[in-house]
Design a protein around this ligand. Sequence first.
Ligand code: ADP
Length: 583
Amino acid sequence: MTLPQLIRRFVRRHAAAYLLSAALLAGIALLVTWLPRQIGHMVDGLVAHRLTTEQMWQEVGWLLAAGVAIYAMRVAWRLKLYSAAYRMGVELREALYARLAQQGPRFYQTRRTGDLMALATNDVDAVEMAAGEAVLAGFDGMQTFVLVVLAMAIGVDWRLAAVALLPFPFMALGFWIVSRKVHERSRDALDRFGDLNDHVQETISGVRTLRALGLEGLSSARFSTLAGAAAEASFQAQRWEALYEPAVGTALSAAMVLSLALGGWLVWHDELSIGQLTSFGLYLAQLIWPMFAAGWVLSLWERGRAAWDRLSAVLEEPLAIEDDGTIAPVRPGPVVVRDMTFTYPGGTSPALAGLDLTIPAGTTLGLVGPTGSGKSTLIRLLLRQWMPQAGHVSWNGVALADYTLEALRAGIAWVPQEPILFSATVAENIALARPEATRDEIAAAARLADVHDDITRLPQGYDTPVGERGVTLSGGQRQRVAIARALLTDAPLLLLDDALSAVDTETEHRILGHLRGERTGRTVVVVSHRLSALADADRIAVLRHGHLTEIGTHEELLARGTHGGWYAHQWRVQQLEASLDAA
Ligand code: ADP
């Protein structure tokens, strides 16, 4: 969609507001063009001594009344229009937010957070200005221009009007050149602002690391460079915009000179009265506004277009994961991975290759393997965050793509290694997916996740605020709160992606034991680096370089030790480490 299309659709939806504003503007324009005529009329009356004092006061009274009416109508159209234009800002932000919420990892892998935030502020503002101010100022300028020129040509003298208009085509050419430059520069300015925003966002989220490494100076220097570049880009855009004014000034001065020369000649030859020439001069002065409006509208328009280019690219970027499945809800059943191969965009070798795996319903699968072997990738594919290039995953006999995304999300509880806690109380964080859960249910989930005792020791227990501006929980506490959050949902499939890396071995063992003891028929996939924590899992799968190399119970895998299985070898290494630690 282009900006004109977007605005046309918006104007059509808010036709009432735009029509009323336009009607008020038309009223203003009529009154404004009537004024010089009235003044010219008065001047001629005064020069000819035709006006009585009483008549003159009456004429002045009319002028004053017109002035007040113009003022009132100007206030009214602005009130009407701005509320509509703000609506557009709100709608655009909502659309952007909804799109950002729908987009998957592939999108975020290539986009920068700060720049996306800049879109929601700066760019939306620019489009809003184009849809509100620019549309109506354009309409207003245009109608005033037409009315004034008609009044000049019909009301005063058409020859004078024709001569006075001679310089304007040159001005239009100047406008055209300037507006193209403004477009380029505005685009640049918006991009630079995005860079700046991105740096600020990155610095704030990584401030501790920066400080620890003593890199504040470096970061500040980079900030200065980026801020300088953003300011310079804005300045460049404004420098071009500043050229509108001299173009208007020059054209108007030339028109004034031309019309005074011809007007003087006409008055000399008695073809024009002094009053008429006065009106003409006033009309010419009234062209200042439409001319400035044209320059201003072009600026706003080009800025809006540049912003819309950036915004529409994000709004129209296709979703990496289409939500075109129809089956809901998910019913518990075996999860089957068939001959699945997946390569990340830009990746050289597949992160998973020809994977075959069946996870019977209600069982626990331990997923192990060296770093980078594809464990998290498998979890992400089960979550349908990515689509495999070959093969597929089915759940209870239905391909994942045939479920609605909503059903799939509701059917799977996922805990990543670094869970996010939102700025809310602990209880609210646990009940994120089930806000209606009772305190008892929340506490039960927290007990299963072995975090209940930690929570009761917090200053306000379950009502302690956490997240950015609350109490800071330890990494292990955060992980356990996230597990409680997952357990509170009744999702039949639970995926723990190294979700207990920050808790000690016994606690991890205990929590996994609780999960098994729960007997809810939940299917669980646990990624862990500690093999001892997974020893009781129904089955353990070993991934290496994206291939499934071993699968079986702990005992079965250990029994293969003599043949050099990765699991058996790693088990011995970890046992040895544990005994050395204990010693
Ligand atoms: P594990 O969880 O076993 O440590 P991963 O599944 O995270 O392994 O990674 C498997 C492979 O895919 C690695 O080679 C890794 O570099 C690559 N990889 C992981 N995530 C991405 C990503 N978002 N983009 C590109 N490559 C990735």
